[in-house]
Design a protein around this ligand. Structure first.
Ligand SMILES: [Zn+2]
Ligand SMILES: [Zn+2]
Length: 382
């Protein structure tokens, strides 16, 4: 490896992980570097998802990095058919997963599709499930259906409106690329961004066909599935899916392996909602983004981060501190719950491994700043 290359990689890591990497062990650093190499090696022909067996008949489809993000899916194989949780950002991604399920998991049809919440990266693939099986039942909370009805078209437009800026950023990366892998990576982002524009400009909007208000059970000989609204969290209408027999929860974005997205969120009720989810007896979480979580440690750290940040922002706001000042004061290094138990390194590593980031700051800094603004503005949403 040339010195030049080595340096550009070091700079990449400094940008991506900032102060967090400074505290990372040699082992963690090696892990982060491996993640970056994997992210770079992705090609257009590869599957969009890594299928991972979580329990008997339960699989996580962990989304590989994409310029316009795909969510993970959870796959529950039932005695006659299949339930899938969440449908990615575009029908072609959902169609690709449906084919992968058929090839790698089971020939049984997808009979149930759950939209955990209304966001575009979890619902815009719905049409592909309907095309593959016209009998598919698309399940969401009543609130999610209302939010989709009000906002779906706008959110699609927002995602399309973001593409030209992302194309500019990818072109800039291409012009700065010093190695063949860096050029391949930038070209792949350009290809995906253009493909998204082409696919989504005439996209058929879909709505859930079955809604729930609080609890819903899907009875099956292989073990019942429990669907529940456990309270407001990432949106007003998040639901989670629990298999008591397999001890697995599919959490949507109410629990993820990154820092949360709080833009449509409810900072005060969110930790309590996670406590309600935690009352279920499970061993693994298939999160909406990031790796499968074995055990509850990362869920607890994620919960505590939201609570900690909400208290910090609340105190500052009550003292009359303007938002821009709060964003300067609360940094990754000063947030106890981001430092504790390696949570900061965990989310930084996951963001590097599972997302495409074209910005100039570190993804953790950018998300923290956005979280502070969202909490500042949404503090009293209940
Ligand atoms: Zn998401
Ligand atoms: Zn979301």
């Amino acid at each position: 490896m040339s010195d030049h290359h080595h340096h550009s990689r070091r700079d990449f890591f400094r940008r991506s992980f900032g102060g967090i990497l400074a505290g990372a062990s040699v082992f963690e650093e090696a892990f982060l570097r491996a993640g970056w190499a994997r992210a770079q090696a992705q090609t257009a022909t590869a599957n969009l998802f890594d299928l991972e067996k979580v329990a008997d008949g339960v699989f996580a489809a962990v989304a590989k990095p994409a310029a316009l993000t795909n969510c993970n899916a959870a796959i529950f194989v039932l005695s006659r058919d299949v339930l899938v949780v969440d449908a990615h950002s575009k029908p072609s991604a959902a169609a690709s997963l449906i084919a992968q399920i058929k090839k790698e998991v089971t020939e049984k049809p997808v009979r149930y599709l759950v939209n955990t919440h209304f966001h575009w990266d979890h619902t815009q693939g719905d049409a592909a499930y309907k095309k593959a099986n016209p009998q598919v039942q698309i399940i969401a909370s009543e609130t999610t259906k209302q939010l989709l009805t009000q906002l779906q078209r706008n959110r699609l437009k927002e995602s399309l409106d973001s593409v030209p800026g992302l194309i500019e950023a990818a072109k800039k990366r291409l012009s700065q690329a010093k190695t063949a892998p860096e050029r391949d990576w930038a070209n792949e982002q350009l290809r995906q961004l253009t493909a998204y524009q082409a696919e989504m400009k005439s996209y058929p909007l879909e709505l859930p066909t079955y809604t729930i208000t609080k609890n819903h059970v899907i009875k099956d000989a292989s073990g019942d599935l429990e669907l529940a609204f456990n309270g407001k969290a990432h949106t007003a209408g998040d639901i989670q899916v629990f298999s008591p027999a397999k001890k697995v929860v599919a959490s949507g974005d109410a629990i993820i392996g990154f820092l949360p997205n709080l833009n449509d969120g409810y900072p005060r009720p969110w930790p309590t909602t996670i406590d309600s989810v935690a009352a279920w007896k499970f061993d693994s979480i298939i999160a909406g983004h990031g790796p499968v979580q074995h055990g509850r440690e990362r869920m607890g750290q994620f919960r505590n981060y939201i609570e900690d940040l909400t208290m910090r922002v609340e105190r500052a706001k009550k003292a009359g501190t303007p938002l821009t000042e709060v964003q300067k004061t609360i940094t990754p290094g000063t947030l106890a719950t981001l430092q504790a138990g390696g949570f900061g390194s965990y989310v930084a590593g996951n963001l590097a491994k599972y997302t495409v980031y074209l910005g100039n700051r570190t993804p953790v800094e950018e998300r923290l700043t956005a979280n502070i603004a969202a909490i500042y503005n949404n503090l009293d949403k209940t």
